[in-house]
Ligand binder design. Structure first.
Ligand code: MG
Length: 203
């Protein structure tokens, strides 16, 4: 399976990172070894002093998608969950300055904790999904899918123009504003609406 991640999909987050919005989605890939499941503790890696959290809505692809139109894209995913796109911000800054890829900064082991997926149902309005991240019981990030620059459908359509999506692939859809560092001992809890889907420790 492939883990796709969209960057720069919420304008307030683009602003906090000092960037500019793009006319089409920016995406990158994390390896399968970055997955962290079942709310297992996240082992803080030794090569960074600046691991940042980024909470994101995550889509699960349900059937093979190649060159899909945005209006058909809703047929190609069947679940929605939460993930943390852990980022070694110090390594990412270094890569940006040197013009190098972000693979190390974004794709290191355990950098992609994900929750279980909620099945799609008619009650879920994709244009209006609230989600938030608490750290040690205080809210650090809050987002709503209505404020995404590129919709779920646009994201699926865009990636599928270049790379075939396959069942079981997942897509991190970008983080809202409020990213920041985690520290050993922190407890992260992620919610869609009032439903808690993520609950794990930094170890
Ligand atoms: Mg991200």
């Amino acid at each position: 399976m492939t883990i796709f991640c969209i960057g720069k999909n919420y304008s307030e987050h683009i602003r906090e990172m000092g960037g500019k919005p793009d006319s089409s989605p920016v995406f990158f890939i994390k390896p399968e070894t970055s997955l962290l499941l079942n709310n297992s503790p996240f082992p803080y890696p030794s090569f960074s002093n600046q691991i940042h959290y980024e909470i994101e809505l995550v889509l699960r692809i349900s059937s093979k998608a190649a060159i899909v139109k945005p209006e058909d894209a809703f047929r190609y995913f069947d679940g929605i969950g939460l993930g943390i796109d852990f980022t070694a911000r110090d390594q990412q800054q270094k890569a940006k300055v040197e013009g190098n890829p972000w693979t190390l900064a974004k794709g290191f082991d355990h950098s992609a904790p994900i929750s279980d997926f909620l099945p799609l149902s008619p009650e879920i309005d994709f244009q209006n999904i609230n989600f938030h991240l608490n750290i040690n019981n205080s809210c650090r990030q809050k987002g709503n899918s209505s404020t995404m620059i590129f919709s779920f459908e646009k994201i699926i359509s865009y990636i599928s123009e270049y790379i075939t999506l396959r069942p079981g692939d997942i897509i991190f859809t970008g983080t809202p504003q409020g990213v920041g560092p985690v520290f050993k001992g922190d407890r992260l809890e992620g919610f869609i609406g009032e439903k808690k889907l993520l609950d794990f420790l930094i170890s």
